[in-house]
Structure formats: structure tokens, C-alpha cells
Design a protein around this ligand. Sequence first.
Ligand SMILES: NC(=O)c1ccc[n+]([C@@H]2O[C@H](COP(=O)([O-])OP(=O)(O)OC[C@H]3O[C@@H](n4cnc5c(N)ncnc54)[C@H](O)[C@@H]3O)[C@@H](O)[C@H]2O)c1
Length: 304
Amino acid sequence: MGYGKIAIIGAGSLGSTIAYSLILRRVVAEILLVDISTDILQGQVLDLSEAALGTCTIIRAGTFKEAGQADVILLTADVLKRNEETQLHWAMRSRQLLNSIIHALLPIQSRAILIICADPVDILTRHLQTIVNLPAQQIFGAGINAMNTARARHWVAQMSGSTNDCKVQLYVMGTRQVPVIAWNAALVDGQSVSTIPQLTVHRPLLEQILATDKINEIKEYKGGAWYGHSAFLVQVIEAVLSKEATIHVLSTYTERFDACISMPVVLTRKGIKQEVPVPLSPEEQQLLEIAVYQTTKDFEDTLI
Ligand SMILES: NC(=O)c1ccc[n+]([C@@H]2O[C@H](COP(=O)([O-])OP(=O)(O)OC[C@H]3O[C@@H](n4cnc5c(N)ncnc54)[C@H](O)[C@@H]3O)[C@@H](O)[C@H]2O)c1
């Protein structure tokens, strides 16, 4: 039987898929769904209750106030980007949405872990840290570079003739606009990737793979992409509820940059314990600084 109470704010495609996966994995005792649309909320709770039969997981509709008392609060609610709207204007409206949700959740229990899943993730994570009175390590975001890390590991495993992605140690950090592949420190089975000729020769292919916006590609076929991201978020929730420390790529506040960007971090029950040191080449370092510059500028430009 699972334990802990998870609140999911936003019971749309991403939120409901995460709830469904948590039920099947039996990792949590109670899941509270909260959504501004009462029809979506009722429909999802009824549907997910069928999946929960016989699992001991309680799934129910909750209020914002109840959600504020959960152990883990997942924020997947978003505002749709209008066709003619600029990225910055949409980010401003997303910050406003976050303000109203946080206001409704208050008071938030002091040990809660807040995970922002909605986009633009780095800006919203930073914003959340400025409006919620909790330590920064309890507030983080799950963005595209977690998926990019998984994709990059899979590519390296395939190219090096290994069938096991777990043998690859490689991180993609930075932001959605500027992903930084930490190639300098990457290893396959303990061996540096730069000593494996077929990887070095074909490395531009990896950049092309990451530059292809997979989410948008999937969206063009079926309107949205949520399975990959949900699978990653379930791993993160399990990590937060477990006693063991694990490493994940998350959007987090980095003091030396004074910004939130995706970095590999050690995650524990209390949130992010520390950043994982990754020795970058001068070029990778420079790219990371560009990512920081852009996200800092976007954050300031969307101040509300
Ligand atoms: N980074 C990634 O890889 C990735 C992948 C999938 C989704 N996402 C992001 O996750 C977010 C959610 O995606 P989705 O596909 O589930 O969208 P969705 O439209 O299916 O669901 C959003 C839900 O939020 C609800 N909502 C809106 N305002 C609310 C409020 N004030 N309070 C409570 N609920 C509210 C809506 O009613 C809707 O049910 C988006 O921002 C999306 O970009 C990111």
C-alpha cells in the first residue's frame, strides 16, 4: 500500500495521466484532484476511481485549501496560449494564474513539496519561489530537459551498441530554448564518450534530435503530449516519497546564476539536497551562461 497525500492542481491530460500512473504503481495513499472546471474534475474522478478499484488508493475531488495540506503539490494547470499572443504575454498570464492558485491554496503546510509542471517551467518555478514562503529546495520544476536527458541517453546507448540506457551517464541541462548537452562529462559504462569514435563522429545528430521539438511534433498529430512527461513526474514523486536520495534533472534555483534552470540534482524527501557537479567544457559553460542570460531576461520582462 502506498503512503502520502498528493494534490494535483489541473486535472487535464497531464494531471490525469499522472494520477492514473500513480494508481497503477500503488505508490501513494491518497490523490486529490483540483480543477477549475467542475465537469472535467467530476469526469476524471469518476473515471480514475474505476482504475483505483482494489488498489487501496483513494482518489477524490479536493478543494484548493485541502490541496495546500498535501505532502506533494503538483501544479499542472495552465492558461492556453492564444494564436496571436507573444511568448512573453502568455508567460505573464501564466504567472498571474499561478498567483491566483497559490492564493487559493494558502496556508501551505511547511513540509510540502511543490512541483511545477506547467510551461514556461523555469519562469514559473522562479516565480513560485518568490511568492511561496517555503525553502527554495522544496519548490522545483519539471521541464523538457528531463526528457532531453532520457532521449540523449537512449541515443548514446544505441550508438555505442549497448541496449541499456542505464549504462549511460549524461545530462542535458539549461532551458527549453538553450539545452546544454554535458558531453564533456558523459560516460558509457564508465568510459568517456569522447573516446568512442562512432559517438564523436555522429554527435551532431544528437543535437539535431534535441533541436526537433518532439512535443510539438506529437501535438501536431493528436493535440498534446503527456505520456513521457507523466512517466518522468511519477519517478520524481516516487523519489520524493522514498527514503533514498536519487538524481534527476529538474528546474531549480542555482545561486551562482541567481536563476532557475534545469540542472541534475540530488532529490530527497525534503526536496532538492544539492546540485550534482558536472564538469563542463568552456563551450558548454558558455552555452549555459547564454541559457541563464535569456531566462533571467524573460523572467524580468514578464514581471507583473
Ligand atoms: N514539459 C513537458 O514536456 C510537458 C509535457 C506535457 C505538458 N506540459 C505542460 O503541462 C501543462 C498542462 O498540460 P495539459 O496537457 O494537461 O493541459 P490541459 O489543458 O489538458 O489541462 C490543464 C487543466 O488545468 C485546468 N485549469 C486551468 N486553470 C485552472 C485553475 N485556475 N485552477 C485549477 N485548474 C485549472 C484546466 O481546466 C485543465 O483541465 C501545460 O502547461 C503543458 O505545456 C509540459
